[in-house]
Design a protein around this ligand. Structure first.
Ligand code: BGC
Length: 302
C-alpha cells in the first residue's frame, strides 16, 4: 500500500473514531480558540475589574511578565451545597482531574494543570483568579438541550429560505434572568447526576415551568443527538474555574411532539420562545456556535 493511500485510510479511520472530538474542534480548541466574553470587563455582580488581557497573550504558553490579576470569589457562594469549600493547607484536597466522589472534576479538554495548587483554565488567561461566582474549582459542568423543529406555514408546510433554499430550523430559547441574554435552556449537572437527566429536567423547569407534560416529553428526550462537549466562553469564567457543557439536539421532525407544546418560562428563565435559527442568532456565551453545529448536521439554513 503506498504511503498516501495509507495516510488517507488512517485519517478516515481517525475521523470516524474521533467524530465527537472533530465536532468539538469546530467550536472550541485550546491553543487555537481565544475566549472573549470572560476578558477585559468588570466581573458580573461585583466591582472587580479583570486584569486586561490582550488577544496575543491569552494563551499561557505566551509569556506575559506584567500579568497580575486580582483574586475574587463571590461571598454568596460560601456554604452553598453546590460549591467547593475554601482550600486551606491542612484540609483534604479535591481529587483534581478525576471523579471526586460524586463531583465530576474531569475536563473534556484532557488533563488541566495546577498552578499554585488550583486548576488552570485550559483556554488561557481571563484576568481574574479565584472562583468568581462559580461553585467548583476547575470545570463546572452544565448540560444544554437544543430542542428544534422545522419552521412551517399555517398549512403545516415546511418553509424554505428564499436565498439558500434550505429548510429553516427553529429552537426553544429562554431569556436568562442573570444576564438577560437569550440562551439554550440548559443548567448545571448536579453531583452524581446523569447528563440525560439534567437535559430533561432543565428543559422542563425553564421552558415548561415544571408542568408535567407526561409521557410525550419523556419519550422525546430519549432521542438526543450529541452535538458538543467542551468549554464554554462564559462571562463567569476565571483563571481557576470555568464552564463546560454537554449539548444534545432533540429534533421534532414532523412538529407533532414538543413542537406543539405550550411553552412557559420558569425557574432561571424570564421568557421562552421558538426562535428562528440563522447566522444572525445572538445568544448567551458561545451558544450560537454550538447551535450552528446542529444546523450543519441537519443541513438547514444558516
Ligand atoms: C447554563 C448553560 C450554559 C452554561 C455555560 C449555565 O448556567 O445553564 O446553558 O451552557 O451556564 O454558559
Amino acid at each position: 500500500m503506498n504511503i498516501t493511500l495509507f495516510t488517507t485510510i488512517f485519517a478516515c479511520f481517525l475521523c470516524n473514531a474521533l467524530g465527537s472530538i472533530e465536532m468539538l474542534a469546530s467550536v472550541i480548541k485550546p491553543g487555537i480558540f481565544r475566549h472573549i466574553i470572560c476578558r477585559n470587563n468588570v466581573y458580573p455582580r461585583s466591582n472587580v475589574s479583570r486584569f486586561p488581557v490582550p488577544d496575543d497573550v491569552v494563551f499561557w504558553s505566551v509569556p506575559f511578565a506584567e500579568y497580575c490579576p486580582p483574586t475574587y470569589t463571590a461571598p454568596h457562594i460560601g456554604g452553598q451545597s453546590w460549591a467547593d469549600t475554601p482550600l486551606s493547607g491542612d484540609a483534604v484536597q479535591p481529587t483534581w482531574n478525576h471523579n471526586d466522589g460524586i463531583v465530576n472534576r474531569v475536563s473534556f479538554h484532557g488533563g488541566y494543570k495546577l498552578e499554585d495548587g488550583v486548576p488552570q483554565n485550559p483556554i488561557g488567561r481571563t484576568g481574574l483568579k479565584g472562583r468568581g461566582s462559580l461553585g467548583r474549582w476547575g470545570p463546572n459542568h452544565a448540560a444544554d438541550p437544543i430542542v428544534t423543529r422545522w419552521k412551517r406555514d399555517q398549512n403545516g408546510a415546511i418553509i424554505q429560505h428564499q436565498d439558500s433554499g434550505k429548510n429553516i430550523l427553529q429552537m426553544v430559547a429562554i431569556q436568562r434572568s442573570d444576564n438577560k441574554l437569550w440562551a439554550i435552556p440548559g443548567g448545571m449537572v448536579d453531583p452524581g447526576e446523569n447528563v440525560s437527566v439534567t437535559l430533561k429536567r432543565e428543559f422542563t423547569e425553564e421552558a415548561l415551568n415544571f408542568t408535567d407534560k407526561g409521557n410525550m416529553v419523556e419519550q422525546f428526550f430519549k432521542e438526543g443527538v450529541h452535538v458538543y462537549s467542551g468549554y464554554v466562553d462564559d462571562f463567569r469564567n476565571t483563571d481557576n474555574a470555568w464552564m463546560e457543557t454537554t449539548a444534545l439536539n432533540f429534533h421534532d421532525e414532523d412538529g407533532t411532539q414538543v413542537g406543539q407544546l405550550q411553552l412557559e418560562a420558569g425557574d432561571d428563565a424570564t421568557n421562552v420562545r421558538w426562535t428562528d435559527i440563522d447566522s444572525n442568532l445572538k445568544l448567551h456565551a458561545n451558544h450560537a456556535d454550538i447551535v450552528k453545529e446542529v444546523v450543519l448536521k441537519r443541513d438547514a439554513h444558516w
